[in-house]
Design a binder for this molecule. Structure first.
Ligand code: RNT
Ligand code: ZN
Length: 406
């Protein structure tokens, strides 16, 4: 047991919080770590592939993997430094087809991910999935599922359909629901006059992708909106409002909220209860935008903690899928992945340790002075010590983890 844990436990006990129960709860809430931080989203199709679609990993830190073997060595190191329940979120460009098989993007099949299933079983983790509707000649026009070209739409619809089957396979094999997240880059750099046409085409494409029902025990689809992308500044077909309406009106998918995809003063935490009120599940892409959707490494900042607090206060952890989405090539890529994953878990444990009932009681009694006084006192409670204990119990290094990363 950690040197300071008993003291922290007593402090929380005085506020009516059972740290042991929180440590158990942490293991019920997996964090889905994006596989693409480790290699700048290059994937295994082509180690010289160029990232397109209005997203970019800036920086040139050494150590980017040049082979599947190197990639997995780094993945092993990363996973060993993140305590507790984990998923790895894959992109379709990380397929590992059998030797001799070279499926085109729209031909990928579950069997092309069987090596990932073996790996996940060995590690005791779940897998989530993402179709890759970018970094491909068929997305060069900047339009995919909402393209005016039927051939382009058909290609990507096929990809979407196959990816859901892959998701269901991952979920079934691993006994943990797979979230298959659909994000498309479609949009326009300059003023778009016909804004409705692409959206009508996107509805049609999504309806085709989601036509076949899949057991939600195995696969859930999410749709991720966005305000803009690089080179796509004026119009985005798949906006947040578009997908919110699609999700609620069809019930075929849930909304994915990426914390980098809103106007800089918009709070993602503030949106959560509006989804919970309608019984909606939510997929999250926890990221950090610095001035723009820069995909900086997630940190345990006030807004990340606010999201976790909101989930706690809404009692909504069974409605949310916590995922990460960042790709920073300016610092050690393994460390970046560890920092983001640990930070999100720190934010999570901070919220789980909050004496929420005291806040709710003050508010219900209209004691607004007490509510604010307590909110401010609770910021200083020793959540970090409980997080260290969590690491120790999982055999993961504490705050000195970086020195163990050779
Ligand atoms: C892009 C979206 C999307 C991607 C990943 C790689 O703006 O955030 O989630 O970052 O699919
Ligand atoms: Zn995202």
């Amino acid at each position: 047991m950690g040197k300071y844990y008993e003291a922290a436990r007593a402090i929380y006990r005085d506020w009516g919080v059972d740290t042991e129960a929180v440590l158990e709860q942490m293991d019920q809430i997996p964090v889905s770590i994006n596989c693409w931080q480790l290699d700048d989203l290059t994937g295994f199709e082509d180690f010289d592939a160029k990232l397109t679609g209005g997203i970019t990993a800036t920086g040139n830190a050494p150590g980017k993997p040049r082979s599947i073997e190197e990639y997995f060595k780094n993945l092993d190191k990363m996973l060993a430094l993140v305590p507790g329940a984990k998923h790895v979120a894959l992109h379709s460009v990380y397929a590992m087809p059998a030797p001799g098989r070279k499926p085109a993007r729209n031909e990928l099949q579950p069997e092309d991910f069987s090596a990932w299933v073996d790996y996940a079983k060995e590690k005791g983790i779940g897998l989530d999935f993402n179709p890759t509707y970018f970094s491909h000649p068929m997305s060069d026009s900047g339009w995919t599922l909402s393209s005016p070209d039927k051939g382009v739409r058909d290609f990507w619809v096929e990809h979407g359909i196959n990816c859901r089957k892959i998701g269901a396979y991952l979920g079934k094999e691993l006994g943990q629901t797979c979230v298959t997240n659909h994000w498309i880059p479609d949009g326009s750099k300059d003023i778009r006059v016909d804004t409705l046409g692409p959206r009508m085409r996107l509805i049609e494409s999504l309806d085709r992708i989601f036509a076949e029902p899949i057991d939600k025990k195995y696969n859930i689809d999410s749709v991720e909106g966005k305000v803009f992308g690089l080179g796509v500044e004026s119009y985005t077909t798949g906006s947040h409002e578009f997908y919110t309406n699609y999700a609620l009106s069809t019930g075929k998918a849930i909304v994915c909220m990426d914390t980098g995809h809103y106007h800089p003063t918009e709070s993602v935490a503030a949106k959560i209860s509006s989804y919970i009120a309608f019984g909606q599940e939510i997929m999250m892409h926890l990221s950090r935008c610095v001035r723009w959707d820069s995909d900086h490494v997630a940190i345990a900042s006030e807004d990340t903690v606010a999201i976790m607090q909101e989930l706690k206060r809404c009692n909504a952890f069974d409605k949310v899928h916590l995922g990460l989405d960042f790709f920073d090539a300016s610092i050690n890529r393994i460390a970046a992945s560890v920092i983001g994953s640990r930070s999100v878990k720190k934010a999570l444990i901070t919220a789980l340790l909050e004496p929420t009932d005291k806040l709710m009681a003050a508010e219900a009694a209209d004691d607004l002075t007490r509510r604010l006084a307590l909110l401010e006192e609770f910021r200083m409670l020793p959540a970090g010590i409980v997080f260290d204990e969590y690491c120790e119990r999982h055999g993961v290094p504490g705050s000195d983890w970086l020195d163990t990363l050779a």
